[in-house]
Each structure stands twice: as structure tokens, then as C-alpha cells.
Design a protein around this ligand. Structure first.
Ligand code: HEC
Length: 223
């Protein structure tokens, strides 16, 4: 063994004595040593971090508040504006039912059948202008037709129709149905009452999810 090779010995291991077998044995022994048991410091640290993390999570959920946006406002005038905004009057939402209905009349394609002037098409689609279903004082009739639809023979302004009017209750919300009903009750010379979303909710609740009406079922409105 030369002096030079001895200089390369690591911590007193004599490399010249190492056989393939002894190297394999050593590696196998090292691999078998359980990681955590071998390093109790790592094990303790991992447990401690887990505990801290879980504690922190609960602590944060329990004690953290919202950030106050005022901390970003440096000018007194900004703070005053912000406070005014916080105290702004917040009344109930005001619906412009007529305007809602006016746009839905086109969007929901009512206009394709009942026409822009509300006159319908002779023999096919009944008129809404002057229709007894639309101008009737008790608006629940008009609402019922819009919510659940109408099918079969019906007489409107003295003319017979026998078609199928789809239900809109599934597709439109209460304030939208109220809009459409209000719009047709107040257009083309019709001057009947407005209908609100609460009116619609009441009718919806009363009739539930149901099949389209027949004119006969609604006959009691005209007695
Ligand atoms: C595909 C064509 C079609 C569309 C779209 C349509 N309707 Fe109708 N509507 C009819 C038909 C047909 C009847 C008659 C049903 C029957 O014969 O029983 C009717 C009946 C009515 C009635 C009761 C009868 C009357 O003339 O007053 C009202 C009210 C009404 N529709 C409003 C509407 C509104 C509002 C919309 C849009 C949300 C609409 N319809 C969309 C075809 C249509």
C-alpha cells in the first residue's frame, strides 16, 4: 500500500480491505435503519410543526377578524367618504317591472307569436291587446297562464284558438314573471294593474309545479 493511497483513506477505513461483499452488507445495514428512529431530532421537529400548524389553523379560524379597510385610508376626507358609504341608505331593491317585462317580451320571443303590437296572428296566436286573460282585474289569471302555460281550445276577444302556450315558470324568476305580466297588462292600450314579485310568489306557491291549464280550468274567472 503506497503512502499516497493511505492519504485517501476516509476516517480510518482501509479501502484496500473492502470487498464487494462487505460494501453490499454495509449498504444493506444502512438502508434498514428506520429513518425517524435514527434521527429523533427530525421526528420531534416534525411532530412539533404538525401540532403548531393544527393549533394555528384553529386559532386563526377562531380569532381572526376581517381586515378593516380604513387602515388603507390615510386622508381624513377619505375616511369620511368611507363612513358615508357605510351608512348609505339601503332600502329594498326597487324593480321597474314594466322595463323588465318590455325587454323580456322580445328576449323570451313572446313577440314572435303575439307580435310587437300585441295583436297576435289571426287563427294562430291570440291577441294580448284587449284580451280578457290579460286585462282582467284579478291579475292572478294572467300570472297563472305565464307560470304554467295554456293548452287546448280557448276563446279570446270572441275568436277561437286551439294552440299551445309554453310554461315560463321554470325559466323565469318571480320578478321576471311579474315584469312580463305587468308589461302586457300595461301596453297597447291595456291599463290594468302592476304585478309584483310577491304577487307572483304567492300564485307560484299556490299552484305549485303543474301541467299547462286548459281554458276550462280557468273558466271560473269569467263567471
Ligand atoms: C310559440 C308561440 C308563443 C309564444 C312564444 C308565446 N305565446 Fe302566449 N300564447 C300562444 C298561444 C298559441 C296561446 C293560446 C293557447 C291555447 O290555444 O290554449 C297563447 C296564450 C297566451 C295568453 C292567454 C291568451 C291571451 O291571448 O291573452 C297570454 C296572456 C300569453 N299567451 C302571453 C304570452 C307571453 C307574455 C309570452 C312570452 C313570455 C308568450 N305568450 C309567448 C303562443 C305563444
Amino acid at each position: 500500500m503506497s503512502d499516497e493511497s493511505q492519504n485517501h483513506n476516509i476516517s480510518g477505513i482501509d479501502e484496500s480491505l473492502a470487498s464487494d461483499e462487505s460494501i453490499l452488507k454495509t449498504h444493506t445495514r444502512i438502508r434498514r435503519e428506520p429513518f425517524f428512529v435514527a434521527s429523533p431530532v427530525l421526528f420531534t421537529t416534525a411532530i412539533a410543526l404538525t401540532v403548531i400548524f393544527i393549533f394555528g389553523w384553529f386559532y386563526q379560524r377562531r380569532y381572526m377578524g376581517e381586515q378593516n379597510p380604513q387602515m388603507y385610508l390615510h386622508e381624513r376626507s377619505d375616511i369620511a367618504l368611507y363612513n358615508n358609504w357605510l351608512e348609505r341608505p339601503r332600502g329594498p331593491i326597487v324593480y321597474d317591472y314594466y322595463a323588465i317585462g318590455e325587454s323580456l317580451y322580445t328576449k323570451m320571443a313572446c313577440v314572435g307569436c303575439h307580435q310587437a303590437n300585441g295583436e297576435g296572428l289571426p287563427g294562430q296566436f291570440p291577441p294580448l291587446a284587449g284580451s280578457e286573460y290579460v286585462t282582467i282585474e284579478d291579475s292572478t289569471l294572467t300570472t297563472k297562464v305565464l307560470l304554467a302555460g295554456l293548452v287546448g281550445p280557448v276563446t279570446v276577444k270572441g275568436n277561437e284558438y286551439n294552440g299551445n302556450m309554453a310554461a315560463y315558470g321554470g325559466g323565469l324568476k318571480d320578478h321576471e314573471i311579474a315584469g312580463v305580466v305587468t308589461y302586457i297588462r300595461k301596453s297597447w292600450g291595456n291599463e290594468s294593474s302592476e304585478v309584483t314579485k310577491d304577487d307572483v310568489a304567492a300564485v307560484r306557491g299556490a299552484i305549485g309545479d303543474r301541467a299547462p291549464w286548459s281554458a276550462e280550468e280557468l273558466g271560473s274567472y269569467f263567471q
